[in-house]
Ligand binder design. Structure first.
Ligand code: FES
Length: 106
């Protein structure tokens, strides 16, 4: 499945992702700028924040309580589609998933 990361300046990074890997790990492995993943995917750093495009928010689902707390506390500019990308697992249904990468992480 393909995941597309869009930088603040508009540059797109379409990446062929592996099912079962997180959207964060996929980005880090492929050197997508702006996704850091400092805590290694434990939903505790907030440096993997992305904005999921509106057409995908339903498919991706809601954040759990832990993620919800971190989104409240740790991310800059929380919006409707805000998610921690380490908590989104790549699946075939998510093919084409497009996320916007914030200009900076906390
Ligand atoms: Fe730290 Fe996602 S990698 S919260």
């Amino acid at each position: 499945p393909k995941v597309v990361y869009v930088e603040d300046a508009g540059q797109e990074h379409p990446i062929e992702a592996t099912v079962g890997e997180s959207v964060m790990a996929t980005a880090v492995k492929n050197g997508v700028p702006g996704i850091i993943g400092e805590c290694g995917g434990n939903a505790s750093c907030g440096t993997c924040h992305v904005w999921v495009r509106a057409e995908f928010t339903k498919l991706v689902g809601e954040p759990n309580d832990l993620e919800e707390d971190l989104l409240e506390m740790a991310v800059t500019d929380r919006r409707e589609g805000s998610r921690l990308s380490c908590q989104i697992s790549v699946s075939p249904e998510l093919d084409g998933l497009t996320v916007d990468v914030p200009p900076q992480q906390p």
